[in-house]
Design a protein around this ligand. Structure first.
Ligand SMILES: Cc1cc2nc3c(=O)[nH]c(=O)nc-3n(C[C@H](O)[C@H](O)[C@H](O)COP(=O)(O)OP(=O)(O)OC[C@H]3O[C@@H](n4cnc5c(N)ncnc54)[C@H](O)[C@@H]3O)c2cc1C
Length: 468
């Protein structure tokens, strides 16, 4: 195995957290090597799919409207996590989120006002002009200008850690026909290699065979190799292997990397049935931005992990359409045939639903009074009879965004070991430690906030440790 030069800071990963760490470490005077498992054209992990981050602010600030104070941000986080969050780390993240946009802009990220649509986030979330791809490109340019070395097709396979001290990493460099293993030495390590959601075998450990039917919304390179290495070498973990962010996406999406355009947003406008043509959850329980993230888990619990969003001509234009067109038919029976569902079963479900719908004033922007009555499984808002052909359907699968199992960290982004002591020279940022703050649930835009803040802290701390 060849051995190359030694660095002050080795960053494993090439997404938002990794690049924030690399830039900060370099600004702190350290020599920095970034090892990114993906080829250059697929660089940037899940971060390249993102659109925004959630920021605290006391008054109108750039693209952010009104105010979003710490207390409200904290209450929102507490609600979605049901208390499964590390309060000191979460509060630090919330406070520092106020400083993110300025730092990001200094390194080339541009913002735009949020677009209208199903997610109303103009007060809380700053949107990136050009999305996550433009953000990654800007950070790579900024990092390289500062002198950070970035290697692509370079997967970190093993970490050499002795007594809680990082010494070196084994990297597999992929060539055109073969790969070469090399050992890279560095004074410090920043682990920023995402979750393990692209590792279907690991997902099966938590979800059983059902995970074979999951689709992964983001990068195929987040396989959890670094997380596993840290775990077997004594890192303390947070959250659990089955906790993740999952939404309902179009079943025709690719296995990996379908991104935001595969999410189906029509669910609250019609009914959702499983492969037995039976409804299984109140589609109108609450506003879509508060409910979309539960539907991945709900679909995962259905037979064969499949479901169908069914609506009629009244709902067309009422939601942001996903990439694939809906399946269309002139009758419910014809639609069932096209979906390979039992036609009589779907007709019965729709007839039962229609006869339970009570008249009301439909308004998707409020919790309206359009509800079913005397239906065993009610639809509590936006219930309209499905009686206006053509009828439409999107086939659904669980779309996994990212997993929450991660390494425990402290406020200096140091990885905590099983004896509760911090590792001397190992830091973590991004999805690989997001479970400290998100033990469960999700708050739109907080993934990028956590990665930006802990990436910056990890980079600064790693440089301080290495260059002293
Ligand atoms: C479709 C989609 C939309 C999203 N939208 C948003 C949004 O708008 N706002 C938001 O806050 N969050 C969003 N998220 C979540 C967000 O992507 C993550 O929270 C965030 O990007 C995590 O950043 P990260 O740097 O930790 O991980 P990633 O960006 O996934 O980066 C991990 C990196 O590590 C590399 N890697 C993995 N293993 C190795 C290894 N062994 N060796 C070397 N490199 C390795 C990968 O190639 C990748 O570059 C979205 C996710 C998806 C999938």
């Amino acid at each position: 195995m060849s051995s190359g030069r030694s660095y002050d800071v080795l960053v494993a990963g090439g997404g938002n957290a990794a690049l924030c760490a690399a830039i900060s470490a370099r600004r702190g005077g350290a020599s920095v090597l970034v090892l990114e498992a993906a080829p250059k054209h697929f660089r940037g992990g899940n971060s390249r799919h993102t659109r925004n981050l959630r920021c605290m602010h006391e008054g109108p600030a750039g693209v952010l409207t009104e105010s979003y104070p710490e207390s409200e941000y904290w209450d929102d986080l507490l609600q979605v996590t049901e208390g499964q969050t590390n309060e000191p780390l979460a509060r630090m993240t919330i406070r520092r989120s106020a400083t993110c946009r300025e730092w990001m802009a200094q390194h080339g990220v541009r913002f735009q006002p949020s677009l209208g649509g199903t997610l109303h986030l103009s007060r809380t979330n700053a949107f990136f002009l050009g999305g996550g791809k433009a953000l990654i490109n800007a950070y790579c340019r900024a990092a390289e200008r500062l002198g950070v070395e970035i290697e692509y097709d370079a997967e970190v396979r093993e970490l050499n850690i002795q007594n809680g001290r990082f010494a070196s990493a084994v990297v597999a460099r992929k060539g055109a026909s073969h790969e070469v293993l090399a050992e890279v030495h560095a004074k410090t390590l920043v682990a920023a290699a995402g979750g393990f959601q692209a590792n279907i075998a690991w997902l099966k450990e938590a979800w059983g065979e059902a995970a074979g039917n999951f689709l992964i919304r983001g990068t195929p390179y987040d396989t959890g190799t670094i997380l596993r290495q840290l775990m077997v070498q004594g890192a303390k973990t947070v959250s659990s292997p089955s906790q993740c962010h999952a939404v309902a996406i179009d079943a025709r999406s690719p296995r990996f990397d379908g991104g935001i355009v595969t999410r189906v947003d029509s669910l609250s406008l019609g009914i959702v049935v499983n492969k037995h043509a039976a409804r299984f959850y109140d589609e109108g329980e609450d506003f879509w931005p508060k409910r979309y993230a539960i539907w991945g888990g709900l679909v995962a619990q259905q037979p064969d992990q499949m479901a169908f969003s069914i609506f009629d001509a009244q709902s067309i234009g009422g939601f942001v359409p996903p990439f694939f067109p809906p399946i269309q038919a002139n009758s419910v029976r014809e639609l069932a045939v096209a979906l390979q569902l039992d036609p009589s079963a779907l007709e019965n479900t729709v007839a039962e639903f229609n006869s339970a719908v009570r008249p009301g004033a439909f308004n998707h922007a409020v919790l309206d009074d359009c509800a079913t009555e005397n239906l065993k499984l009610p639809k509590t808002h936006w219930a309209r009879r499905l009686d206006s052909p053509p009828f439409y359907a999107y086939p659904l699968r669980p779309g996994i965004t990212f997993t929450y199992l991660g390494v425990a960290v402290n406020e200096r982004a140091q990885v905590i070991l099983q004896d509760d002591k911090p590792a001397e020279n190992i830091y973590a940022a991004g999805e690989i430690m997001a479970g400290n703050i998100l033990g469960k649930g999700y708050l739109a835009g907080i993934g990028m906030t956590i990665g930006t803040i802990f990436g910056r802290i990890a980079g600064e701390e790693a440089a301080r440790h290495a260059v002293r």
